[in-house]
Each structure stands twice: as structure tokens, then as C-alpha cells.
Design a protein around this ligand. Sequence first.
Ligand SMILES: Nc1ncnc2c1ncn2[C@@H]1O[C@H](COP(=O)(O)OP(=O)(O)OP(=O)(O)O)[C@@H](O)[C@H]1O
Ligand SMILES: [Mg+2]
Length: 251
Amino acid sequence: MSHHTIDLTEVLYTYPDGTTALRNLSLHIGHGEAVAIVGSNGSGKTTLLSHLNGVLFPSSGIVNIGGYPVTKQTLTQIRRTVGMVFQNPDDQLFMPTVYDDVAFGPLNLGLPPIDVEKRVTAALKTVGALELRNRPPYRLSGGQKRAVAIATVLAMEPAILVMDEPTAALDPLARRQLINLLRTFTHTKIIATHDLDMVLDLCERTIILCNGTILMDGPTIDIFHDKKLLDQAGLEQPSSMQSCPICSKLG
Ligand SMILES: Nc1ncnc2c1ncn2[C@@H]1O[C@H](COP(=O)(O)OP(=O)(O)OP(=O)(O)O)[C@@H](O)[C@H]1O
Ligand SMILES: [Mg+2]
């Protein structure tokens, strides 16, 4: 898989209880793009991301990663290519210590212990969580869990990084550090988020989901200037683009 592209063709997904969360959705994401998936609660962001590494398979339609369809047969290869940070870190952390959690993926790749150790240390350092390495993950704070969950994915050195609400529960400093880190990740990035200021910082392209369909797909800057469109999608302009209410009163 030399080209880290993502293609969805007419993807429809209905949960077992009959809720249809994606409605014939098609999109192409090219190698090296940084794309934000935004939309109000329940618009289908997590369901869409769950299709990118085979957590869910489409009820109909096709998902292709690097030209390979995501199927049960290609799952091992797909999961090596696509690193997924889940919305809820508790879905990602299940080992007795932080170290074991971050080492789990590289060990499964069959890497020698010395390389596993290097990767774990580097990933934990990157997210500023090295000092947590001997702690049980279930005793960490929400933000610490999030940082460790991101480290478990970075340790796999994925070609495509998929993140669901990566800045949720992070304090301002940790959020800024994560944004700086993500900027250095030059492979393909897909980020579902309500943090539109981060999107402005990181993603040149934005896809707005609304009720399981694509309401708009285009340059972030154009989309964020379109207040009517944002309103329609139940979104607000990033705070950095809004005029300061105190200054405008003074003016
Ligand atoms: N396990 C499930 N079973 C049934 N319906 C579900 C399930 N998970 C999500 N849904 C429904 O699918 C739709 C899309 O949900 P999804 O979690 O993808 O939204 P989201 O955009 O990620 O929302 P949020 O911003 O709150 O994270 C919603 O109507 C939701 O109620
Ligand atoms: Mg979600």
C-alpha cells in the first residue's frame, strides 16, 4: 500500500437496531491530505471513521484503503495502515499498565523487544506521558487516558492517522501540544471533531456531515467563512474567526 488513499463508494450503514447512520456516502481522500470531519452530535462522524479500519463494515457500498477493499480478509493489513484513536479512550486501553497498552500493538507486529521498548518510550514521550508508564490506565484522568490512547496508535507508526475527537478532555497546554504533534505527522490524517479552531490550524479540507450525508466538502477556510452553511449544519465559526464581543462594543 504505497498510496495512502481512502475511497468510499455509496456507503450505507444501518445499525442492528435499524438506525441508518450513513446514507450512500461517497468520498475520496488523497495521499497526505489532512481532512476534518465535522457535524453536529449524531451526524455520523464516528460511524464513518469506524468504517476506515473495519470496526464496522458497510451495509452496502465499498470502502477502499490504498486501493484495497476493507474486508475481513484484508483487516490485518488495513489495521497496520490505519491507526485509529477512538472517541472514548476506555475503548482503547485494556492492559494492566500504560506501558503494556502502548507495547501491545508493536508486540503484535512481531517486533523485537528492544524495538518495542524504543517505540513505546518515543510514543509516550511524544504525548508527554512517559511518567505514567507504570500506572494502570483505568486510574488515569480523562486527559491522561486520551494522551495514552494516542500513544498506543503512534507506536504503530501508521500511514494513515484517524482520530475521533482527539482534543476532547485535554487541557489547553495538552491540546496545543497535540496540535503541534499532529502538524508534524505528514501522512494522511482524518480528524472528526467539534474543535473547529484545531481544524483551522491543521486541516486544509473539511467535510460537513449532516444526518449521515455530506452537506459540504471543500476548503476549510471557505466553509468557515460561510455562516449560513455553518448554521444549517448546527455549527459555529471557530472562536478565532469571530469578532471579539468586547472590542465590537467599544468600536
Ligand atoms: N451502536 C449504535 N446503535 C444504534 N445507533 C447508533 C449506534 N451508535 C450510533 N448510533 C446512531 O447513529 C447516528 C450517528 O452516530 P455517530 O456516533 O456516528 O455520530 P457522531 O457524529 O459521531 O456524534 P458525536 O458528535 O455525538 O460523537 C446517530 O443517530 C446515533 O444515534
Ligand atoms: Mg462521535
